[in-house]
Design a protein around this ligand. Structure first.
Ligand code: NAD
Ligand SMILES: C[C@@H](CO)CCC[C@@H](C)[C@H]1CC[C@H]2[C@@H]3[C@H](O)C=C4C[C@@H](O)CC[C@]4(C)[C@H]3CC[C@]12C
Length: 369
């Protein structure tokens, strides 16, 4: 029944569909959206794994394109029922210029919205970020907060600023008339730090640990808690929102939802050790030797070196004043808004998420850094 031609009618577009989250969204749609007829995967860099998806019942269309190019976006959006916009430049390490980050994250999102309006696409799901809220530049803790918790969301760094601007544009576009006269329905999902198969920063920490003889050094007190969320659950929440947006447009349109699951609250480093520990790494407590002021000094030195070396080479280490501030500020969410509004429940338990991630890190072992 689910595979008959009559039930397969929907065309979905996933921007950034070859990224860490995007790939999981693409695979989840193929597994969990029986009404799918065509799945368009739009990305600057297409992954070779897309080929294996082309043999199934759903037409998978790979589109190499750039969200900053309005005409490329409009061509990809034309005829799609739903757009899931995950494409973005995730850079808190100073790899890209602020201008490029704005161009991709803000102008790219404007292009997606305008393409929906011009071509008559009615449903837009945007991948925002917890960083739209915080941690703020004052390092205020956000403890077990929800979507309505008051918090001074002030940023300077281009990444959170660009995500906040883009999210605002998406929410303001809710209710705009699209080609054909119907209304656009939008909503934004705010994942906390995502982990799981394909997580580049986890891979970097793992290789760093191997280089340091199987050790990582604790820099952040264990009492600083972060919320983290498994990539499969983030993908599932995107799919569910996309499915429910039409029926529940009045309730969900223009709303934001944190992405959450049952992953435990822990410090960034302790949480990573849930996976890196079983893969043979140890977290060594050097906090008494390396006090916070010294870390801040190192982070500032890194930023200075990055600036000095920029004309010659790209120096972009994990530690800089911004990443240190984020890692050192408690940011935890506790909410059931997604459950109340569209029946979200995590698809993967914490045990499943942990096992899958550990297996992936073990498979990364031996692969080049
Ligand atoms: N990784 C996290 O912890 C996290 C947390 C919260 C929110 N997010 C958001 O989730 C989304 C996906 O992040 P990710 O971690 O999968 O990052 P990623 O870098 O793995 O994926 C982003 C994808 O977007 C593509 N892309 C970048 N610029 C593009 C352009 N100009 N045109 C077309 N495609 C382009 C990239 O090629 C990549 O495949 C981003 O919007 C990010 O802000 C990520
Ligand atoms: C002080 C270092 C010693 O071990 C640890 C540095 C860790 C940082 C590199 C990461 C700490 C928190 C991370 C961010 C957070 O998980 C949420 C994010 C939101 C998302 O939209 C993009 C990624 C990120 C900014 C993520 C990036 C890496 C950290 C700053």
């Amino acid at each position: 029944m689910a595979d008959s031609a009559e039930t397969r009618k929907l065309v979905y577009l996933v921007t950034g569909g070859c990224g860490f989250l995007g790939e999981h969204v693409v695979r989840m749609l193929l597994q969990r959206e029986p009404r799918l007829y065509e799945l368009r995967v739009f990305d600057l860099h297409l992954g070779p794994w897309l080929e294996e998806l082309k043999t199934g019942p759903v037409q998978v269309t790979a589109i190499q394109g750039d969200v900053t190019q309005a005409h490329e976006v409009a061509a990809a959006v034309a005829g799609a029922h739903v757009v899931i916009h995950t494409a973005g430049l995730v850079d808190v390490f100073g790899r890209a210029s602020p201008e490029t980050i704005y161009e991709v994250n803000v102008q790219g999102t404007k292009n997606v919205i305008e393409a929906c309006v011009q071509t008559g696409t009615r449903f837009l799901v945007y991948t925002s970020s917890m960083e739209v809220v915080g941690p703020n530049i004052k390092g205020h803790p956000f403890y077990r907060g929800n979507e309505d918790t008051p918090y001074e969301a002030i940023h300077r760094h281009p990444y959170p600023c660009s995500k906040a601007q883009a999210e605002r544009l998406v929410l303001e576009a809710n209710g705009r008339k699209v080609h054909g006269g119907l209304s656009l329905v939008t909503c934004a999902l705010r994942p906390t730090g995502i982990y799981g198969e394909g997580h580049q920063i986890m891979r970097d920490f793992y290789h760093q640990g191997l280089r340091l003889g199987g050790r990582l050094f604790r820099a952040i007190p264990a009492s600083v808690e972060h919320s983290r969320v498994y990539v499969g659950n983030v993908a599932w929440m995107h799919v569910l929102v996309a499915q429910e947006l039409e029926q529940r447009a009045a309730l969900m349109g223009g709303q934001v939802y944190f992405c959450y699951d049952e992953s435990p609250y822990k410090s960034y480093e302790d949480f990573n050790m849930e996976f890196l520990g079983p893969c043979g790494l140890r977290l060594v407590d050097t906090r008494l030797l390396v006090p916070y002021w010294l870390l801040m000094l190192l982070a500032t030195l890194n930023a200075l070196l990055q600036w000095l070396l920029r004309p010659l080479l790209l120096y972009a280490p994990l530690l800089n004043p911004y990443t240190l501030a984020v890692a050192n500020t408690t940011f935890t969410v506790s909410t059931n808004k997604a459950q109340r509004h569209f029946g979200y429940k995590p698809l993967f338990s914490w045990e499943d998420s942990r096992t899958r991630t550990i297996r992936w890190v073990q498979a990364v072992e031996g692969s080049a850094p």
